[in-house]
Design a protein. Structure first.
Length: 132
């Protein structure tokens, strides 16, 4: 399978307001999505906030988001800012929905200019470099 449920990294370039309060990428079979938080942050989301970025950004100018995971921890980086991390459940299943969460709801109507998926977890420094 193309999807590695044990570890991975997704880099997304997008803009707001089209994704304001909406899911950018849905991962797995219901265990997570990368969500544009309404306060300018980006979040791992699973019906409630699992992890929010350490910084916020002006989404109208476009943002780069890196989300990575391994068997115990999720990581987020927004526009080269500080890494946020916590231990939570991880994505499962081989499903990736672009612009929507796993169940097809919360779709954005905006521009995603680039998505890059790595079936390995990149280092925190790589996340910062790739989103700066």
């Amino acid at each position: 399978s193309w999807y590695n449920s044990a570890e991975g990294t997704i880099i997304v370039s997008t803009r707001q307001p089209e994704f304001y309060g909406q899911d950018i990428i849905g991962l797995g079979s219901g265990t997570g999505s990368i969500y544009n938080g309404v306060n300018g942050s980006v979040e791992w989301w699973n019906g409630s906030r699992l992890l929010a970025s350490s910084n916020t950004a002006s989404w109208s100018r476009g943002v780069k988001v890196a989300a990575s995971y391994n068997s115990t921890t999720r990581y987020l980086c927004l526009n080269g800012g500080p890494i946020a991390s916590n231990q939570t459940t991880l994505p499962n299943g081989g499903l990736m929905r672009i612009g929507r969460v796993f169940n097809g709801s919360d779709g954005g109507n905006g521009t995603i200019s680039r998505i890059t998926y790595y079936p390995i977890q990149l280092t925190n420094q790589q996340l910062i470099n790739l989103t700066s």
